[in-house]
Design a protein around this ligand. Structure first.
Ligand SMILES: [Zn+2]
Length: 149
């Protein structure tokens, strides 16, 4: 889970119909997801507007194959790094080593933070790598199209 931390309110992401991810970030998520197998990996994404330009992998404190917990001190450190680069928290990412890139019931239950995209990378054995992104509002998730730039 991502601990509920109060961030400054940003312009709502719900106005975007898609999110852009720079190639280096896309590749870093891909590499982190595979490197963590059999465990779930997790991390935070920084950017401006609807463009994600920085990814910081965090330790999965649960060291679990089915869920993740980010350490609050690592979250704060990542957000300070984003701010130092003039970026804001725009995404919360984790991997699914044994399931598809759909939000699980638990993912939805623990999605406290609005105005960010929840990214999930699926690295299921014998399936193609898949990255999906979701906005969550009022306990419902809406998939948002990802464009790698
Ligand atoms: Zn999940």
């Amino acid at each position: 889970m991502f601990f509920a931390i109060k961030f400054e309110v940003l312009n709502t992401m719900a106005t975007f119909d898609h999110i852009k991810i720079i190639r280096e970030v896309y590749d870093a998520m891909h590499a982190a997801a595979y490197a963590a197998i059999p465990l779930e990996a997790c991390g935070l994404c920084g950017g401006v507007g609807n463009t994600i330009s920085k990814f910081i992998e965090l330790c999965n404190d649960d060291a679990s194959t089915e869920h993740y917990t980010m350490k609050p001190e690592e979250q704060f450190a990542a957000i300070r790094k984003f701010r130092a680069d003039g970026l804001s928290l725009r995404g919360i990412w984790h991997s699914h080593p044994t399931s598809s890139a759909q939000m699980s019931a638990e993912d939805l239950r623990l999605a406290y933070t609005e105005d960010v995209i929840y990214f999930i990378s699926s690295v299921m054995p014998e399936n193609e790598y898949e990255l999906r992104g979701y906005l969550v509002e009022l306990d419902k998730s809406y998939e948002i199209r990802i464009e790698v730039v």
